[in-house]
Write a protein that binds this ligand. Structure first.
Ligand code: PPE
Length: 307
């Protein structure tokens, strides 16, 4: 298994990988009542390592738990330290970090009752999410037949496990149809996001991304918007339609896993030149410089650690 590491942090203890198991009557497993994060650590140019925007990810994890009414039995500081401890225990200079907060076993039924709230943190090596070529050449996507959930059915500000049933449906449909990823529309029919990424279009030099109403408040989104503005681009947060993507000059996705992945076609309509456009390329370059510690202006986004 490519993602196998030595230890998984479970409820405060570094546990050997093979022993990091849960009971099959774990509440979160039956009802999807769990929240998680996806965080990346990068090796920096000076030989040290850094977790990218760890504070913001831990804050979002606690926010997701609050939305679901789950009380995490650790402080944000303890979770922050545990993420780094898990990387170090696994001798990981770079990789993906997956904290998970879930309702454990006890009673069954929709009501989580007094079941324990459990916390696990796993780390694993994760290369380019959509394939190594995707970062260069861009990907081909389809408009999903599945609608992103209405704002009052699932809570889109919570990165909850249950929300991802919608994502898995969209992703597997896209892959089965020969595409690399799905683009999901919201309940009003406007473009929302990918199955695991925020989305952007570029037209006449202006970058447009949907407002945060129905989509996950991506930390990469926040970072890329800040970089784009600093680089002099106009960035607008506005709803747009799928046909606006068809006629855009460029389109791209961002996410912790996906980083900044250009989109070369939507619904078999080639977007712009059909490969990574100049804006996507410039932003991707700036983003990778920041995460690898090559831009001192954003040192505050890096939580340094060494093995
Ligand atoms: N929208 C969705 C639905 C989403 O899942 C992600 C992250 C984003 C936007 C971007 O958020 P951020 O990572 O903070 O920039 N998706 C995570 C899970 C991917 C997976 O397959 O698992 C991720 O990128 O880590």
């Amino acid at each position: 298994m490519g993602l196998r590491t030595d230890f998984i942090w479970m409820d405060g203890t570094l546990t050997p990988w093979d022993q990091a198991n849960v009971h099959v009557l774990t509440h979160g497993l039956h009802y999807g009542y769990a929240v998680f994060e996806g965080i990346r650590a990068y090796e920096c140019v000076d030989g040290s390592s850094a977790v990218f925007r760890l504070k913001e990810h831990v804050d979002r994890l606690f926010g997701s738990a609050k939305i679901l009414g789950l009380t995490i039995p650790f402080t944000p500081g303890q979770v922050t330290d545990a993420c780094v401890e898990t990387l170090v225990a696994n001798k990981m200079r770079a990789g993906y970090i997956r904290p998970l907060v879930y309702v454990g076993s006890g009673s069954m039924g929709v009501n989580p009752a007094d079941n324990p709230i459990r916390v696990a943190i796993a780390v694993w090596p994760w290369g380019a999410y959509l394939g190594a070529e995707a970062l260069e050449k861009g990907i081909s996507i389809r408009t999903s037949s599945y609608t992103r959930f209405h704002v009052n059915s699932m809570m889109s500000k919570a990165k909850s496990a249950g929300n991802y049933v919608n994502s898995v449906l969209a992703k597997t449909e896209a892959l089965a149809d020969g595409y690399d990823e799905a683009m999901m529309l919201d309940a009003s029919g406007y473009v929302a996001e990918g199955s695991g990424e925020n989305i952007y279009i570029v037209k006449n030099g202006v970058i447009k991304t949907p407002p945060l109403t129905t989509v996950l408040a991506g930390i990469t989104r926040d970072s890329v918007i800040a970089l784009a503005k600093e680089m002099g681009y106009e960035v607008v947060e506005q709803f747009f339609t799928r046909d606006e993507v068809y006629v855009a000059d460029e389109a791209f996705f961002t996410g912790t896993a996906a980083e900044l992945t250009p989109i070369r076609a939507l619904d078999r309509r080639v977007i712009g030149e059909g490969h990574a456009g100049p804006v996507a390329k410039a932003l991707q370059k700036a983003f990778f410089k920041v995460v690898k510690g090559e831009n001192p202006k954003y040192a505050g986004w890096l939580h340094r650690y060494s093995l």
